[in-house]
Design a protein around this ligand. Structure first.
Ligand SMILES: [Zn+2]
Length: 313
């Protein structure tokens, strides 16, 4: 049906007609997962036993068959099976603008480039849900879209599938993957949320905030890694990213802060602590801030006269 009529001899290998047909259909499938606009030689999977030159030779030989097969698939009178990947690709190439208030991308840790392109092109609010620890579709070119997605990251704090005790154990394995038994998979849920038109935090600013906290959680008793950036006053209120309003927190502390377990005043205190650790404050300011940190209800402090040369309140 594809028009392939003879075996292909390359190096000392013979690629039979049926094998060529499978490779051609594979080219189409791989093409469908990409953002490419037409089938190319590089969509041929790596063929066992071929060096680079032989691979290139086979790809060029099969490319015209792949083009013909794709034409057949796109034709209303085509004879080849019209599969999910095919209409998905055809739809994506129309560059659809979804008529919706928001778009939800589920299993965002396993999104192939063709769907990612459609998702990212939407101008409405975009939300992705998923779990980078549960990637399982790498074999069909799926990628993790959510890690690095410029958005507020919200973590699921309750699961109806299992209780907090199991979640705590699972999260411990997740944060220290090196101690995980081989082959063990664990689950974690996160939710990314990006208000419409919200700009990303610039790389230099991200770096500045991370360096300020030594790439560790800014909560002194925590100091865990990895960290994410949190807005001390919510972005929805301030509508801008400023260094003063950003702090590095680990996902657990970030969640606790979002939930209100830690108040904004304490968070400002922690931010100030980082300032003095990084040399923005002298020892006196540092000590004063520590007093505030020790007693958050305190509104003023007495600074001993010998510190400043005069008495102050
Ligand atoms: Zn923390």
């Amino acid at each position: 049906m594809l028009g392939i009529s003879r075996d292909l001899d390359v190096n000392s290998r013979r690629i039979k007609v049926s094998h060529q047909a499978r490779l051609v259909m594979g080219m189409i499938r791989r093409f469908c997962y990409t953002t490419d606009r037409q089938i190319m030689a590089r969509h041929l999977e790596l063929v066992n036993g071929l060096d680079d030159r032989a691979q290139e030779f086979v790809a060029r030989a099969l490319l015209p068959f792949a083009h013909r097969a794709w034409q057949d698939i796109c034709s209303e009178r085509g004879k080849l099976r019209f599969e999910h990947d095919h209409y998905m690709k055809l739809w994506a190439m129309t560059e659809p603008a979804l008529l919706a208030d928001f778009v939800l991308l589920d299993e965002a840790q396993d999104t192939n480039p063709v769907l990612e392109e459609v998702f990212l092109a939407q101008e409405v609010q975009r939300i992705c849900v998923g779990d980078p620890a549960q990637r399982s579709y790498g074999w069909c070119s799926a990628q993790d879209v959510m890690t690095g997605f410029p958005a507020d990251h919200l973590h699921l704090t309750q699961s109806f599938r299992f209780g907090p005790a199991i979640a705590a154990v699972a999260n411990r394995w997740l944060t220290t993957p090196s101690k995980r038994p081989p082959g063990m998979t664990v689950c974690q849920f996160s939710l990314s949320f990006m208000p419409q038109g919200r700009p990303a935090i610039t790389q230099p600013m991200q770096r500045q905030v991370l360096v300020e906290a030594d790439h560790r959680c800014a909560i002194p008793t925590c100091r865990a890694t990895p960290v994410e950036l949190a807005h001390i006053r919510p972005y929805a209120q301030v509508l801008e990213h400023t260094f003063e309003n950003l702090i590095a927190l680990c996902p657990t502390c970030h969640t606790r802060f979002d939930r209100g377990d830690m108040d904004r005043k304490s968070m400002r205190q922690y931010k100030a602590n980082l300032g003095l650790l990084s040399g923005r404050y002298g020892p006196l300011e540092l000590q004063a801030l520590q007093w505030f940190a020790d007693d958050t209800s305190r509104q003023e402090i007495d600074i001993p006269a010998e510190s400043t040369g005069h008495s102050a309140t």
